[in-house]
Design a binder for this molecule. Structure first.
Ligand code: SF4
Length: 64
């Protein structure tokens, strides 16, 4: 699974980091989310899905 952040939407609320801190972080320079893992392992897939659901602006897309 791969995660993609739409930076035109992300407003840095960090809900995604709360739900999946091994998958997402906030870049202190931009104040927006970054994806920490090029490939999200199966054991973190559920965290990544929760993060996607928690994003108030639907900026997270998960593929695969
Ligand atoms: S929850 Fe959404 S808006 Fe907030 S930092 Fe994560 S991707 Fe960006």
């Amino acid at each position: 699974m791969k995660a993609h952040i739409d930076l035109a939407l992300c407003e840095g609320y960090a809900n995604c980091v709360v739900e999946a801190d091994r998958v997402f972080d906030i870049d202190e320079g931009t104040g927006q989310a970054v994806v920490l893992l090029a490939d999200i392992p199966a054991e973190l897939a559920e965290d990544a899905r929760r993060a996607r659901e928690s994003c108030p602006v639907q900026a997270i897309r998960l593929d695969g």
